[in-house]
Design a protein around this ligand. Structure first.
Ligand code: UTP
Length: 480
């Protein structure tokens, strides 16, 4: 935006001139920052979202029929179909067709950690961070398949500098920085309950990253898709930063996707209870989509159980996907039609005197897009793999309670403690049978139980440890 007059005119067209109310007190660099932010605002979009979500009561979509999504159930040992898929996935990895997309641009408000979520010291023995666990998986996969896995990491304006600095400080966890590409998603302004923009400082509007769905335009605009094509990639393994357990670039999943020429495929996990706070994968009048848990009361059939008492719509969203590079490009062309979601939040703001107010109850709205909404544009039979939680899906949303740090660390003990026992080592168990030794195993040392058992030969792991951490080379790491 060239000058204040142009900014004022743009704001005035949408009844938002108050965003400049501290203008006369601002220093030159702050004025420039505010003009740049105003320039980037799509106020037509803000108006239409405010109208739809705040002024009107949004009518939920009506579906005549909601069917469960068909899922591929895997078994151990693998069926011949799964074996074929796994081989195809491994071939895609060896051929260098696969890249990784990590979305890490969120604000992590529930975790309340001062820093990017990936920098959270999740390892209960060593304090190793979530980023480090993900990086160790990449090391292992590159060694195993003799490939390079370019790692595209989406950040937001609020954590971009910290995330890049964290990778720099840790030497990119031993990965080649040329294969780590950060890209930045757009921000969306927040609005008050009467649809007005809010200032968080005299020269900065309150805003939030535009949701993980923002990775679709960001991948195109920031050159990720062009980079992927240049490198000969056609398939992207998508995951979220807070799931330390995710099987990054799982060959079985990739294989099911590539063998069926998939566009966007998903992993789902049986819901723990009908009202679990996860989206549900289903077919709405034949179209593959995810219904958010906040809409369960609008579609009560999603809570119904079958004759055996099992939930009919059990397919909980894990936010683990495989995307084809072409599909991202195509979906981006339609991104203007992508649905937006709205949530009522506590948003700190400046009052008219310029004092910062930290509200104790919800006072405004934030708007976001969700990546799973791309599923409805696939025009392809759903490719959905059912997985279990342990060793695949442990989202870390908050310090304690469901989907917490506590649960994540307990899952590490159960998963890796089980591997130690399979390798002939002993771990401590509670009277109820749960593993209570604190265990960490670097995924760079072993990514699977079989690999751990094989690589454990020649190692004498300590018996019944209180705490044990095995490092990337199989060395015993000391505590925090
Ligand atoms: P969540 O929806 O759990 O949000 O994101 P969050 O920001 O991590 O945490 P809360 O809700 O503020 O407590 C799930 C994943 O999507 C990414 C997050 O970084 C996380 O990996 N995400 C979310 C983005 O990359 N961008 C966004 O705008 C939102």
């Amino acid at each position: 935006m060239r000058d204040a007059a142009a900014a004022r005119e743009k704001l005035a067209r949408h009844g938002q001139e108050h965003a400049l109310r501290f203008w006369n007190d601002l220093a030159e660099p702050d004025r420039a920052a505010l003009l740049a932010q105003i320039d980037s605002l799509d106020l037509v979009l803000v108006d239409s979202l405010t109208q739809r979500w705040i002024r009107d009561t949004p009518a939920p979509a009506h579906f005549s029929k909601i069917d469960p999504v068909p899922v591929i159930k895997t078994s151990s040992p693998l069926s011949s179909t799964d074996q074929e898929a796994s081989t195809a996935g491994e071939a895609a990895l060896r051929a260098g067709r696969v890249g990784l997309v990590l979305v890490a641009g969120g604000q992590g408000t529930r975790l309340g950690f001062d820093g990017p979520k990936g920098a959270y010291p999740i390892g209960s023995v060593t304090g190793r961070t979530i980023f480090e666990f993900h990086a160790d998986k990449i090391h292992n996969l590159q060694r195993r398949y003799g490939c390079t896995l370019p790692w595209y990491i989406m950040v937001g304006e609020t954590n971009e500098a910290q995330t890049k600095a964290f990778f720099g400080k840790h030497g990119h966890f031993g990965l080649d920085p040329a294969n780590i590409v950060f890209f930045t998603q757009h921000m969306m302004p927040c609005v008050s309950e009467d649809g007005k923009l809010l200032l968080e400082t005299p020269f900065r509007l309150a805003s939030n990253p535009n949701g993980h769905g923002g990775c679709i335009p960001a991948m195109v605009e920031c050159g990720v898709i062009a980079d992927a094509k240049r490198r000969g990639l056609d398939t992207l393994s998508y995951f979220q930063v807070d799931n330390w357990a995710v099987k990054v670039a799982d060959p079985l999943f990739i294989g099911h996707h590539v063998l069926r020429n998939g566009r966007m495929s998903s992993k789902v996990c049986p819901k723990t209870e009908p009202r679990e706070s996860v989206g549900v994968h289903c077919l709405c009048d034949g179209v593959y989509q995810v219904i958010e848990y906040t809409e369960l009361d609008i579609y009560p059939q999603l809570l119904e159980t079958g004759p055996g008492g099992n939930l009919i719509h059990f397919a909980g969203n894990t936010a683990i996907h495989v995307l084809s590079v072409d599909f991202v490009e195509e979906t981006n062309r339609n991104f203007a039609n992508f649905p937006w979601h709205c949530s009522h939040k506590k948003i700190p703001y400046l009052d008219d005197s310029g004092a910062l107010v930290k509200p104790s109850k919800n006072n405004g709205y934030k708007f976001e897009t969700f990546v799973f909404d791309a599923l409805q544009y696939t025009n392809h039979p759903p490719i959905v793999l059912e997985i279990g939680r342990l060793g695949e899906y442990t989202p870390t949303k908050q310090p304690t309670g469901p989907n917490s740090v506590e649960e994540a660390q307990d899952d590490m003990n159960q998963l890796w403690g089980g591997w130690l026992e399979a390798a002939g080592a002993a771990v401590k168990r509670s009277a109820g049978g749960a593993i209570i030794s604190k265990i960490e195993i670097s995924p760079r040392f072993a990514l699977t139980l079989d690999e751990f058992v094989e690589r454990s030969k020649g190692h004498a792991w300590p018996k019944n440890p209180e705490a044990l951490a095995i490092g990337p080379e199989g060395q015993i790491l000391t505590g925090k």
